[in-house]
Write a protein that binds this ligand. Structure first.
Ligand code: SF4
Ligand code: SF4
Ligand code: SF4
Ligand code: FES
Length: 982
């Protein structure tokens, strides 16, 4: 610690702490407009000038040092602060009373007040640019822009989309998109970072405009009149009285604007934020304190909430009558469900029923679903959609290190000096995690290796991009492990101390030579050796992987090979290391954690362990089934075999997202009784006998568990739409109709029960999760959690990890002369999965209206295809008709289809082949035949899609260019110490 004096008071500080942070911590008020703790020093505004040992410095860019004497209010400092802020006001019209940003958090307003500015010395100068309204979600008003550059810094170095810049050399600088495009035609991905950090109203969410203030919905002409009035009285009254009026208006807003913390409903990153609402209108999403995301979001979390107030929300239970559905009361629907489930159980036994939990629902809801299956019905036939994606990764980690979850946190991915991404389109599927990797790569010298079939954004940024043949990852991964061991590049000390099974593992690697790996994978030996040496040289490596690995017939084995490689290279047990299977849905981790699995009770406690069963039997006061139940895949088979008669499914578009969709649909049609609970009438509902209207995440309380095992609370933002119920209440209603006698009044009571029965969650309770607090499991009874696993031992009885040998089988469904092309599939940034939620946000639909198939330029030329050409894709299992998009993201005879379609879903084409260990479908092993149709339409991606933009990478806002302007002089009379960015 060092000692410094602020305005004569001695303070202790960390040696490299920024002066502005220390000043803020000390409770001293110093203006600072461009500084944002999550952006670091931007240094554009000059308002934070203070005197240090007699020299003026920017407090935001000066690290504290022993003995500093800081004066924040000396005449020199104050004059500099006011002069700097005057320059800012010359770029901004102060009309707070009629501004939608007048919500107590406007930095320009608050600084005007702090500095007691009464009159502007430098008059406001309008900029010669129009307001840009071309993005569906936000608008830019150059006249209000104070050129602080926060947005540029956020876009360049936090989101790292590199769209924004400021033309400092221009006589009239402004923020530019792609160096001068409209926002709509730029590379902007609408992540919202820039809008979130803008300190005033220059960038604003369109959902705020005209809705936040009492006077802001006035017509533009009336509004302009009022702004003129405000400006007219300013010379006489000064800003003080004007601000008082606006503060009274702001105080009135506090009564009608609610700010409620929630957790994103889309992917597994676990972004959390406040949702601002006025009645049922969502004003904006405000990320700030999220432990996983800070100020970050992607387009879905920031703007993708159109589903909440969508006109076609289900609002009443439906009961099938012949080919039609009729509306029914809750009493009638729940009685029917209970009666039919009881009848089928009585006739065919409990194992003729099955239950599917939703990975969009909360942990508490998943827990109640499996409790309903096990304790009320008496079957272990319960599963969730992690079967479709993540079970193989979990299996690979169970085999080798013990816990089936990410071994560290997102912060470890930032700390790593090497990140290896395999089969994950991270920038589109886990966008906020991608920002952390992109930023560490851009700013901190992190190395990045990407292995994928497609040359997506992460591949283009990578230091090394591998493009192996489809389904061959296991082979090259094993070859690298062998190469490390053979060439004394393995971490032998780590292996000796912490790992069992080296000898058998070494032997299993015999076939995996570099020569064989190059032949099988198509990646050259030279490249593979370069990868091996980069791994050996790295002090800390993380491996990130996703469905490109897991959705193969050897998904579990390839995940195991990844973990083996981490062990061989000693990349566990330290910050910046570990295994990161990126979880898809917001709560796919939690759905499995909380027991919606056919072989595991909550906390991965085996159903065939008598001790475990006894504990749950005592807690639930029932006898529990001891044999493993059916997983999703087996359920479909069992329906076809006539063994499974009834199913209760919550929030899962299974008829489209399961592979070989036609086969799954045929199975559903055979069910004697099918209950589907959802918020929309999904495609799966078409097969139902009873449809129950559940509630989306914003309309209920509970917890989600993100990919980094982080348990977070969501609070109820809105009342459930009339007629809908939170899903836990519906499941409880069904259980009670079946005689269960459950009395949960609130999800916290469910969590208390989970904690009492599950050692992994022993210390989890709602108090410890209040607000933005979170816990990363396992959580000991005293509340201690583990952001980084295995710091002391691996999760096996002897504390040691296990190398688990895996051999090579190779992919199924290989191309042949008839089905000659390989079809890959995956997510698209803008849509989540099939798009049932995201298509209901108009702006998303406008930019990504449909699915398509990506065709390489070489194949397009060979087949006479252009973007917009209609093609028919035919596999051994089905066919779809859709438009082609010609792009060099795909190569040769490999095609790619995003998943976002209900009309032409990729799973009409996929097979029923699975990974034999987990029964996860081999979605990524599909061969097809492509018929080129005569019809040519519009490109399936409109010009306003960000993929057509041209980013302008630069190192942040580049304030040095502003300082070089001939008309720039540092404010104040003293010599300003100019600092470069830290
Ligand atoms: S990508 Fe677009 S929304 Fe995101 S920070 Fe950049 S300009 Fe803003
Ligand atoms: S638009 Fe950007 S530069 Fe302008 S005020 Fe907002 S954050 Fe600052
Ligand atoms: S979809 Fe994922 S990355 Fe995007 S805001 Fe939600 S949790 Fe964050
Ligand atoms: S806060 Fe803007 S220069 Fe320091």
């Amino acid at each position: 610690m060092v000692n410094v004096a602020i305005d004569g008071v001695v303070q202790e500080a960390q040696p490299d702490e920024l002066l502005i942070d220390l000043i803020n911590r000390s409770g001293v008020s110093v203006p600072h407009v461009c500084y944002h703790p999550q952006l670091g020093p931007v240094q554009t505004c000059d308002t934070c000038m203070v005197e240090v040992n007699g020299r003026l410095v920017r407090a935001c860019a000066t690290p504290v040092a022993e003995g500093m004497r800081i004066s924040t209010k000396s005449a020199k400092a104050s004059a500099a602060q006011v002069e700097a802020f005057d320059r800012i006001l010359s770029n901004h019209l102060l009309y707070c009373t009629v501004c939608d940003n007048n919500n107590g958090n406007c930095t320009v307003h608050n600084t005007t007040k702090l500095l007691a500015i009464e009159h502007q010395r430098i008059p406001f100068r309008s900029k010669p640019y129009e307001v840009d309204n071309t993005n569906p979600f936000y608008r830019y008003d150059p006249d209000q822009c104070i050129l602080c550059g926060r947005c540029v810094e956020a876009c360049q170095n936090v989101e790292v989309n590199e769209t924004l810049s400021i033309n400092w050399e221009d006589p009239n600088p402004r923020v530019l998109w792609d160096g001068g495009s409209t926002i709509g035609e730029s590379s902007c991905v609408s992540c919202g970072h820039c809008v979130t950090v803008c300190p005033c109203n220059a960038l604003m969410e369109k959902t705020m405009l005209g809705h936040a203030g009492f006077l802001t919905s006035l017509k533009k002409s009336a509004l302009s009149g009022m702004i003129d009035v405000v400006k007219g009285v300013e010379p006489e009254t000064g800003y003080g009285s004007i601000l008082q009026v606006s503060e009274a208006e702001e105080a009135m807003r506090e009564h009608r604007i609610r700010k409620t913390k929630t957790v994103c409903t889309y992917c597994g990153v676990g972004c959390s934020f406040d949702v601002w609402t006025r009645d049922r209108h969502i004003l904006k999403v405000a990320p700030e304190h999220g432990p996983a995301n800070g100020i970050s979001t992607c387009v879905k979390g920031k703007f993708g909430w159109g589903h909440i107030n969508s006109d076609d929300r289900l609002t009443t239970p439906l009961i099938r009558e012949g080919d039609k559905f009729r509306q029914a009361s809750w009493d009638e629907a729940l009685s029917l469900v209970a009666r039919r489930l009881s009848e089928i159980k009585a006739n065919d036994g409990p194992d003729s029923l099955a239950f599917i939990s939703s990975s969009k629902c909360t942990n508490e809801e998943s827990y109640l679903m499996q409790k309903l299956a096990r304790a009320v019905i008496g079957t272990n036939n319960v599963d969730n959609c992690s079967r479709y994606c993540q079970s193989p990764a979990t299996q690979g980690l169970f085999r080798t290190v013990g816990y089936g979850g990410d071994s560290g946190s997102i912060s470890d991915m930032e700390k790593a000096d090497l990140v290896l991404i395999i089969g994950s389109n991270t920038a589109e599927s886990h966008p906020v995690i991608a920002t952390r990797v992109k930023s560490a790569h851009k700013l901190d010298g992190q190395k990045l290796i990407v292995s994928d079939l497609r040359e997506h954004e992460m591949a283009r940024r990578a230091d090394l991009f591998l493009h192996p043949k489809p389904g061959t990852d296991l082979f090259w991964l094993n070859a690298i492990s062998r190469y490390l061991l053979d060439n004394n590049l393995a971490h032998t000390k780590f292996l000796d101390q912490w790992v069992n099974g080296l000898d058998a593992y070494r032997k299993s690697l015999e076939p995996f030579t570099m020569e064989a790996a190059a032949r099988i994978s198509g990646v050259s030996q030279e490249t593979l050796k370069a990868v091996a040496h980069m791994i050996a040289d790295a002090k800390a490596m993380c491996i990130l992987w996703a469905m490109g690995v897991t959705q193969h017939t050897q998904g579990s084995d390839t995940s195991t090979a990844i973990s083996n490689l981490l062990l061989v290279s000693g990349n566990y047990m330290r910050p910046g290391t570990g295994a990161y299977p990126l979880r898809g849905h917001n709560n796919v981790q939690g759905a499995s954690d909380h027991g919606s699995m056919p072989n595991m009770l909550p906390g991965y406690q085996s159903v065939d362990d008598p001790g475990v069963r006894q504990r749950f039997e005592a807690g639930w006061k029932v006898k529990l089934p001891s044999t493993k139940g059916l997983d999703n895949h087996q359920m479909v088979e069992a329906i076809h075999a006539g063994k499974l008669k009834a199913m209760y499914l919550i929030g899962e578009e299974m008829s489209i997202v399961d592979s070989n969709a036609n086969y799954v649909g045929d199975a559903f049609a055979k069910l004697a009784f099918f209950v589907v609970q959802d918020i929309f009438f999904s495609n799966t509902c078409r097969y139902a006998d009873v449809v129950l209207p559940g509630a989306p995440s914003l309309e209920k309380e509970g917890t989600f568990t993100s990919t980094e095992r982080r348990i977070q609370r969501l609070y109820q933002v809105l009342e459930p739409l009339e007629g809908c119920k939170p899903d836990w209440k519906i499941t409880q209603g069904i259980a009670n109709q079946l005689g269960a006698g459950w009395h949960y009044q609130h999800p916290s009571e469910v969590m208390d029960e989970i904690a009492s029965l599950t050692p992994m969650f022993a210390g989890v309770n709602y108090e410890r999760l209040a607000g933005y607090k979170s816990l990363q499991w396992p959580v000991a009874a005293d509340g201690t959690d583990e952001p980084l696993l295995y710091t002391k031992r691996f999760a096996f009885p002897d504390g040691k990890a296990r190398l688990f040998p895996v051999s090579w089988i190779g992919p199924t469904d290989q191309p042949d002369s008839e089905f000659d092309l390989h079809l890959n599939n995956g997510r698209l940034l803008e849509h989540f999965h099939e798009g049932n939620l995201t298509y209901r946000t108009e702006g998303i639909r406008e930019r990504t209206p449909d699915t398509f198939v990506e065709v390489s330029p070489e194949l397009a030329e060979e087949r006479g295809i252009q973007s917009g050409t209609w093609v028919q894709l035919v596999s051994r299992y089905g066919q779809v008709r859709l438009r082609a998009l010609v792009t060099d993201r795909v190569h040769g005879r490999e095609l790619y289809m995003p998943m976002n379609s209900v009309e032409s879903p990729v799973n009409q084409l996929t097979s029923s082949h699975t990974d034999p260990v987990t029964n996860t479908p081999a979605y990524k092993e599909t061969s097809i035949h492509m018929n080129v149709l005569a019809e040519v339409g519009e490109s399936p991606l409109p010009r306003i899609n960000s993929r057509f933009g041209h980013p302008t990478p630069q190192n942040g806002v580049e304030v040095e260019r502003k300082w070089k302007r001939p008309d720039y002089a540092p404010p104040g009379n003293g010599l300003v110490q100019l600092q470069t960015k830290q």
